[in-house]
Design a protein around this ligand. Structure first.
Ligand code: ZN
Length: 207
């Protein structure tokens, strides 16, 4: 924890002091254009990799950047609550779903359910993404595990975007072209970000 306390002091004495007016303006309201949904993994930092300032990204993070389908969790769906607020309240123009390399959540999909018995909440949460694993195994039955891993991470992004589209207000905003959805994939070891391009059906490097 000492490192964190030191960091807080360093932030207040340097960065905050230099940007005091900016933070004062920011204290009155937020008006982000982007809802950024990504994994809780400690190596993924949306603000850092997009060089965004506070106030620019409304961020939702959870294990495996999973978006439960509209009716999957009824009224106990914190992801849905954040999406409602971002899209209907803050009126963001873009939603990014960002997966990443070496995702422990996607690896865990391939573990047996009884290996997860000590973590029942995690097991149940990951079950929301089980259809992704089933579809990958069906399409790529002979792929080695390492290849399956990356395919699953990328297919999961696309599946979660499909889940987003089950929200009626998202479908409506897409129809009216007031909202755009993006599937991204972040490669930890290279710092590279890839975006899904529907025309080529591939994740292509963002340059
Ligand atoms: Zn992850």
């Amino acid at each position: 924890m000492d490192k964190l306390y030191k960091g807080i002091r360093r932030f207040q004495e340097s960065f905050f002091k230099k940007e005091e007016d900016f933070f004062k303006r920011l204290s009155k309201s937020q008006d982000p254009d982007v809802l950024f949904i990504t994994c809780a993994d400690s190596r993924v930092d949306p603000a850092l990799v997009t060089q965004s300032k506070p106030g620019e990204l409304f961020i939702v993070r959870n294990i495996g950047n999973i978006i439960p389908r509209y009716d999957a969790l009824k009224d106990k769906n914190s992801v849905a609550a954040a999406i409602e607020f971002a899209v209907l309240g803050l009126k963001v123009s873009d939603v990014i779903v960002c997966g990443h390399s070496n995702c422990g959540a996607m690896q865990a999909l391939y573990k047996k359910n009884d290996e997860m018995d000590k973590m029942p909440h995690l097991r149940d949460w990951l079950n929301l993404a089980k259809p992704v694993k089933d579809a990958v195994l069906e399409s790529f039955p002979d792929s080695p595990q390492e290849a399956l891993q990356e395919i699953t991470e990328k297919e999961n992004v696309l599946a979660q975007i499909e889940n987003l589209e089950t929200y009626p207000f998202i479908a409506q905003a897409l129809n009216e072209s007031t909202l755009y959805l993006h599937g991204w994939y972040y490669e930890i070891g290279t710092g590279k970000m890839y975006a899904y391009i529907p025309n080529t059906d591939k994740f292509e490097l963002i340059k």
